[in-house]
Design a protein around this ligand. Structure first.
Ligand SMILES: Cc1ncc(C[n+]2csc(CCOP(=O)(O)OP(=O)(O)O)c2C)c(N)n1
Ligand SMILES: [Mg+2]
Length: 561
């Protein structure tokens, strides 16, 4: 072991403290100022004390670390050199802040005295992430205790943290000095993911009375489903809620919210972070609706106009059984959902092969028990929201997306991280749009010695952002500039992109080919491209909205309470 005071010793103390606090995966990007950390990480990985992942692009590295925290449930560190390298982590840090993910940034720095002297690659790194991550500036020669406390506190926070570590020369251990101390007997790496289920804390019971729905947004967890089932209420669960299962889950809730049934909602319990649809946003904004919101671990409560009554845990169901009105309420939702689902399936079946909605359907069906699906922002997650038939509970499926800020950045890396974080799990799936895929095509770059994911990335390539066709700017009055400034077609050859990165690639031209490509058990990372058209999306969306015909579908009003 290097002598105390040597940079190599500081690096070992910091990594040891991170490991003691539960870190098992560390992502590293190359650099010089970070050399003491790089060598210690290399040796610790070789000793089996942690798992190292090396990436060239810090933006991708940050998202890889984010995916690893999502998949494993553990804190994950990402290590960079000084300068712009650190700034490249901001998108992942922002997402980690809003999603409540334990992402630990470790940035190497020059000694503080060199700041403001125009020294090469030297800038103000402490505080660079602003409100998104608290920074601790560890001075040259910081005492081991100080380093351990800072590392422990960083790991203990819900959300991202930043350790800025000043290293003075010499940066490398002297020849003959070990880079990492020998492992303790009985030590060694265990990568089992920690349980991702939130603790089943149950708050005080709710009363009976108002016609209630449970809205389960991103990362709500199974507590939302348990509440809906035990209370006898409909469950409006987004695909990444972890709650879209069981008989109370209403698949077509987004369509039904605009119906006479949706208009009768009197109370909403929100769990998690709903982001997908205007009908849900509209529901939460309705002043006539009583709003209860459960605070998520991230602390970012969904409370439009700060109007919600905030609950610290998922409330317990009312103790009394559902009233006749509530029984009729649930039955009306389920009945209408069955009707609209059948009409929707018919409509989607009649679309030209291979439509993005058909792709979402096939991908949703391929998420077998134990499997993870990472779903991109934009239309893929919304298509899945329409097409995903609620699963049978307790299949341990995980459907995740970066819904903290819904960026289209970093998604290839996030997906790789989620898969690698789920040691021993079956092959994972990702569903991304073409712009989202291209935005992080650097995420495909895997060095020959890196841990390799078993992941199939299905890319719906409609040559641009189809989501904008569904928004106001997709209307005829804006058509002149639409393609250039919103849709942003690129005509990119995805096969060539994959070839350049050494990634296996297949084109699927039919649903059968897509199913076969997904079912292919060959290990490793694979991209499956599906070419789709954006041209009819606006018309299809209008036809889908028209499936709910209020005249024909109005349920009988719930009986007197
Ligand atoms: C980092 C980032 N930049 C821009 C956006 C705005 N944005 C939202 S969706 C989208 C288009 C996505 O296109 P694609 O991934 O092909 O999916 P599609 O809409 O075609 O389904 C863009 C640019 C964003 N969410 N995140
Ligand atoms: Mg697209």
């Amino acid at each position: 072991m290097s002598p105390p005071g040597h940079t190599a010793y500081q690096a070992v103390v910091l990594l040891r403290a991170l490991l003691d606090a539960g870190v098992r995966d560390v992502v590293l990007c190359p650099g010089s100022r970070s050399a003491p950390l790089a060598l210690a990480l290399y040796a610790a990985d070789a000793a089996g004390d942690l798992r190292l992942h090396v990436r060239i692009d810090e933006r991708s590295a940050g998202f890889l670390a984010l995916g690893l925290t999502i998949g494993s449930g553990r804190p994950v560190a990402v290590v960079t050199t000084s300068g712009t390298a650190v700034g490249n982590l901001l998108p992942a840090v922002m997402e980690a802040y809003h999603g409540g993910r334990r992402l630990i940034v470790v940035s190497a720095d020059r000694p503080a005295a060199m700041r403001g002297t125009a020294a090469n690659q030297t800038t103000w790194q402490t505080g660079i992430f602003g409100r998104f991550a608290e920074s601790v500036d560890l001075a040259v020669g910081a005492l081991a205790d100080e380093v351990s406390v800072a590392a422990g506190e960083a790991v203990g926070r819900t959300g991202p943290s930043h350790l800025n570590v000043q290293f003075d020369t010499p940066l490398l251990p002297e020849p003959g000095m070990p880079w990492w101390p020998a492992s303790q007997p009985g030590g060694g790496l265990r990568l089992d993911p920690v349980s991702c289920l939130p603790p089943r804390v149950v708050g005080p019971a709710l009363s009976r009375g108002p016609l209630t729905v449970v809205v389960a947004g991103d990362d709500a967890g199974p507590g939302a489903r348990v509440l809906a089932e035990s209370a006898g209420w409909p469950l409006l669960a987004e695909p990444t809620s972890g709650a879209r299962a069981g008989e109370h889950a209403i698949r077509c809730y987004r369509l039904l919210l605009g119906s006479t049934l949706g208009a009768q909602i009197e109370r909403v319990v929100v769990v998690g972070h709903p982001t997908l649809s205007r009908p849900v946003a509209g529901l939460l904004a309705r002043h006539t609706v009583e709003l209860l919101a459960v605070a998520p671990p991230s602390g970012h409560v969904t409370t439009p106009e700060h109007r919600a009554q905030v609950l610290s845990a998922v409330p317990a169901a009312p103790e009394s059984p559902p009233s006749a009105a509530e029984i009729a309420w649930l039955a009306a939702w389920r009945g209408m959902d069955a009707e609209v689902s059948a009409r929707l399936d018919q409509l989607v079946e009649a679309l030209p092969e291979l439509d993005a909605l058909q792709v979402a359907q096939v991908v949703g069906e391929a998420v077998t028990p134990g499997t993870a699906l990472i779903v991109g922002s934009s239309n893929p997650v919304r298509d899945l929201d329409l097409m995903l038939v609620p699963y049978v509970p307790r299949g341990r499926r995980r459907i995740v997306g970066n819904r903290g800020l819904a960026g289209i950045d970093g998604l290839v890396s996030t997906a790789i991280g989620v898969d690698l974080g789920r040691a021993g799990a079956p092959r994972s799936l990702a569903l991304l749009g073409d712009l989202s895929f291209l935005h992080d095509s650097n995420g495909l770059l895997l060095g020959p010695d890196e841990p390799r994911p078993d992941l199939t990335v299905v890319v719906v390539n409609d040559d641009g952002g189809s989501i904008f066709t569904l928004l106001e700017q997709g209307g005829p009055e804006y058509s002149a500039g639409f393609e250039r400034v919103f849709a942003t077609p690129h005509h990119a050859d995805l096969e060539a992109v994959c070839r350049g990165a050494g990634t296996a690639y297949r084109l699927a031209a039919t649903r059968e080919e897509l199913r076969a490509a997904i079912a292919d058990p060959a290990p490793g990372l694979r991209v499956v491209e599906v070419r789709a058209s954006r041209a009819h999306r606006r018309a299809t969306a209008a036809a889908i909205a028209a499936l709910v015909d209020n005249r024909g579908m109005s349920p009988s009003p719930p009986a007197a309470r």
